[in-house]
Write a protein that binds this ligand. Sequence first.
Ligand code: HEC
Ligand code: HEC
Ligand code: HEC
Ligand code: HEC
Length: 459
Amino acid sequence: MLLLDAGNLLFKRPSVAAGPSQEHLTAEAIIRIYQDIGYDAVGIGPLDMAGGIDLLQSSAADNFPWISANIIDAAGNPLFHQWISKEVQGVEVVITALTAPPKKLDQAIKIGHWESLLPELLQQISKKKNDPFIILLSSLTGEENRLIAEQYPAINLLLGADRHQQNASPQVVNHTLVTQTGKQGKYQGLLEINFGTERRWGQNREKQLADLQNRLGSLNWQLRRLEKKSASGKISANQNSTMERLRKNKDEMNAKIISLQETIGKEQSQTMLSDRYQYRFIGLKKNMANDIPTEELLKTLKQQIRQLHKKPSKHNETTDAQTLFPQGMDLVGFRVCESCHAPQTEFWQSTQHAEAYTTLARKEKNLDLECLLCHVTQNLFSSSFQNMPTKGLLSLPRELQSVGCETCHGAGKKHSVNPEGFKMVRLPGKNICLTCHTSEHDDNFNYEIQLTPVSCPAG
Ligand code: HEC
Ligand code: HEC
Ligand code: HEC
Ligand code: HEC
């Protein structure tokens, strides 16, 4: 099986502002999902270029199978693979792609015109490959695709990504089978090809036969209804003549079916010469099972988007931990963690640790440095942490008052920006607890037992 996409998958608009945005995050997630699913080739459409060429080039460097024969640099050199080949059932299948010009274009990039480019490209392919089956992924308009099919019989299959077209059933135009699916993954097109011994499309007799049999079926149904009426004598003159006509049609159709079956029988006894196909469009439905790795990637994407849209809080001026901790402890406070770890935050808020500062305040001890030391969030993992109260503790932002997330999981500044790149401590060790649960303040602290009531849930 070959998994192919003719392009226009990353963005919905022709141009998207640079810098972090929901659209960029989504495009990156689509690239990862396609890569996980294992696409064999993906054409570049103008909508894929909306976020700049860098995204395409960096993913291509990461082995994403982008293809475009006509995205070229100022000197005329192609920027992506112009074509690739795969062997399928003993046939050399070549996949190439043409990109329609986008609305906005980087000055250093040009889009070559297919009229000047295709002849040479096809010649190059035929020199290197013996009797190839050539697939063209095209984001050009339906009209241009038709022209290409009429002029270049060497192209066996043309898969379109014209944004103004929906599912288009396969049609043989001259020697090329032309088709496309509806946009944005709402449909998958399944095309089953039986390779013949010659690279040309045969008449699809099985399909013709199936069509005829279908029509015969509905004709029979109408006929039976009328015949019932006729038997009970409740038939009008008009209906009577319809019945006569249907009977004649039925005889003709039966004759056609018999002759077609004979032809098929004859052809099968000879060797099958031509390529044949069957197709199906598969609509995306809610009740289809989700792909687990894709679901995970989407979950992460949603978190990233939520984080991106998070409004700066009222305490934003004070959340820059650098200004509050002269030692540079890289703390960010629990509100930042909450944006990606909602269930754990909800759980933590139900524990006594979230109340530690309030407890002091109630005793009017929240300005007592001696007490604050164990009732707020500090970076206990930092080598520069000293078990000594500092004046900084008096002016902590609200997000760092109480025994917060970073007490147990370490400072989260880097992780919050790049969760995969900077891991947090998952399980805080006994020593961390003992910084505060000293014998003086908690005379019978037992790590194994007291860990359970503070362990955040998974998910
Ligand atoms: C932008 C989203 C985001 C933010 C903000 C964020 N995290 Fe995470 N965190 C993640 C993701 C994603 C993972 C899973 C990473 C992985 O599997 O590589 C993770 C994993 C973790 C883990 C498990 C560590 C492990 O080994 O898998 C802990 C603990 C954690 N985060 C704590 C925190 C704390 C505490 C904060 C706040 C200081 C925080 N996170 C902020 C996204 C975030
Ligand atoms: C920064 C200091 C600090 C650290 C580190 C710390 N705790 Fe605590 N812990 C407290 C304070 C203070 C309270 C009491 C809060 C209150 O009641 O207001 C508390 C309360 C608790 C309680 C609730 C006790 C009760 O009787 O309700 C448990 C359980 C607990 N901590 C377990 C742990 C464990 C396990 C660790 C290590 C993984 C840990 N704590 C690390 C300061 C800390
Ligand atoms: C070395 C760390 C540490 C220091 C310093 C500290 N506490 Fe605590 N405090 C804890 C821990 C740990 C607990 C939870 C004990 C438990 O599990 O019962 C706690 C619990 C409490 C509680 C609630 C439970 C109770 O026993 O009443 C109050 C109130 C309290 N502390 C007040 C104070 C005051 C006031 C000061 C300053 C004079 C102070 N703490 C200094 C670690 C500390
Ligand atoms: C008193 C210590 C403590 C505090 C405070 C704390 N956690 Fe945890 N957290 C734990 C422990 C223990 C686990 C369980 C680790 C394990 O089982 O491997 C855990 C697990 C996690 C995990 C991993 C969940 C998973 O996928 O298995 C995340 C994420 C996390 N905590 C985030 C947070 C956030 C966010 C906060 C603050 C809102 C927070 N934690 C506060 C102790 C703490």
